[in-house]
Design a protein around this ligand. Structure first.
Ligand code: MET
Length: 397
């Protein structure tokens, strides 16, 4: 049977290398052009006024040159188009960082008079802090997924969850949660999963947030954030981005587009290694508990019986650093770094133990990583053969 190439949906791996680049051959190019312009000349001021009015009315990407780089950028636009395609979204809007992206979402909802947020712990520490501190004039109610429906008020503008969650890798059933949200939009921070493992919009979420700094970029050399959503909300986000200035640099847009092209192979390879490391850690007597999502992925968290700081100091191949999603493996102690800003009691409420370590598994060989982990684990006491648990020494910071 003949298939129509223009309507047959393409696989994710194909979209990853082609989305956002469809016009290149027609332009006589292979690599995407990097447009560093901050402004765009025009002899037609009436035309510019019309463009600005159109943007103020809808927030749609301007037709033709974008007037000024805070409105839009063609290189970043390619990354936005590609990410939207991978998430199955109408649109995507990129920002200077994941936190800038979350800020814009919260400000858009607050500007509509919907200042209340219902959120599920744990979230990435700075997301938790932004909501808890109410820095943007929002108010948060923290609940378990089962408590979401009851926590929704007339002024609730957003329900927020991160799954798998940073740093515990706790998973939330997105479809069930979206059902509990009713007409309130559900935002899923899908940074750890990426569209390779999970597409929240197909499960009923309305907004997907990524720290693009992580897997989308994939090489630890670009910072960015992106929101995938419907075009109506995207328009509001672009207007907010124009008003508040949290734009992505075009070079970052270029690098993120390039990162997307290898996202599926990177995720698959790193996830296979992470699953094997999680399996080995689970049976290691020096490890008290392993957290690894059913969904899979390249993040592994584990708790030790002894001092987690000694383990961090004991790695040599794995880099002891916060962040994640790079080609090389990183390990960090969430209570000291990624979740330091969250009050101790709130951290505990979110399941973030002081003995938890979070590892981002890269593309190294699994045996080399395991050797390094074993060396670092030699700093830790082990369960005895009879199964008795060693006396826990206090964690010294
Ligand atoms: C400044 S701390 C955190 C950076 C990053 N979001 C992480 O979770 O590792």
């Amino acid at each position: 049977m003949e298939t129509d190439a223009s309507t047959t949906p393409r696989a994710l791996a194909t979209e990853a290398v082609h989305a956002g680049r469809e016009d290149l051959a027609g332009l006589g190019l292979h690599a995407p052009p990097l447009d560093l312009s901050t402004t765009y000349p025009s002899y037609d001021s009436r035309g510019e006024a019309a463009r600005i009015d159109a943007f103020a009315a809808t927030g749609a990407r301007p037709e033709g040159p974008p007037v000024y780089a805070r409105l839009d950028n063609p290189t970043t636009g390619r990354f936005e188009t590609a990410l939207a395609r991978l998430e199955g979204a109408q649109s995507a809007v990129a920002f200077a960082s994941g936190m800038a992206a979350l800020t814009a979402v919260l400000l858009v909802r607050a500007a509509a008079g919907l200042r209340h947020v219902v959120a599920v712990r744990p979230l990435y520490g700075c997301s938790d802090h932004l909501l808890t501190a109410g820095l943007l004039g929002t108010e948060v109610t923290w609940v378990d997924p089962a408590g979401v429906a009851d926590a929704i008020r007339p002024d609730t503008g957003l329900v927020m969850v991160e799954t798998p969650a940073n740093p515990t890798l706790a998973e939330t059933d997105i479809r069930a949660l979206a059902h509990s949200c009713g007409s309130v939009p559900l935002l899923v921070d899908s940074t750890f999963a990426t569209p390779v493992l999970q597409r929240p919009l197909g499960l009923g979420a309305r907004i997907v947030l990524h720290s693009a700094t992580k897997y989308l970029g994939g090489h630890g050399d670009v910072m960015g954030g992106v929101v995938a959503c419907d075009e109506e909300f995207a328009g509001k986000l672009r207007q907010m981005r124009f008003a508040t200035g949290g734009i992505l640099h075009p070079m970052a847009g270029y690098l993120l587009l390039r990162g997307l092209s290898t996202l599926p192979v990177r995720m698959r390879a790193a996830s296979a290694t992470a699953a094997e490391l999680a399996r080995r850690l689970t049976v290691d007597p020096r490890v008290a508990r392993v957290h690894y999502p059913k969904l899979g992925g390249a993040m592994v968290a584990f708790e030790v019986y002894g001092d987690p700081h000694r383990l961090i100091a004991g790695v040599t191949l794995i880099t002891p650093a916060v962040s994640l999603g790079s080609v090389d493996s990183l390990i960090q102690h969430p209570a000291s770094i990624s979740h330091r800003i969250v009050a101790e009691g709130d951290r505990r409420a979110g399941g973030v133990s002081d003995r938890l370590l979070r590892m981002s598994v890269g593309l190294e060989d699994v045996e080399d990583l395991w050797r390094d982990l074993c060396e670092a684990l030699s700093t830790q006491p082990a369960r005895t053969e009879g199964g008795s648990v060693p006396v826990l020494r206090p964690v010294v910071r």
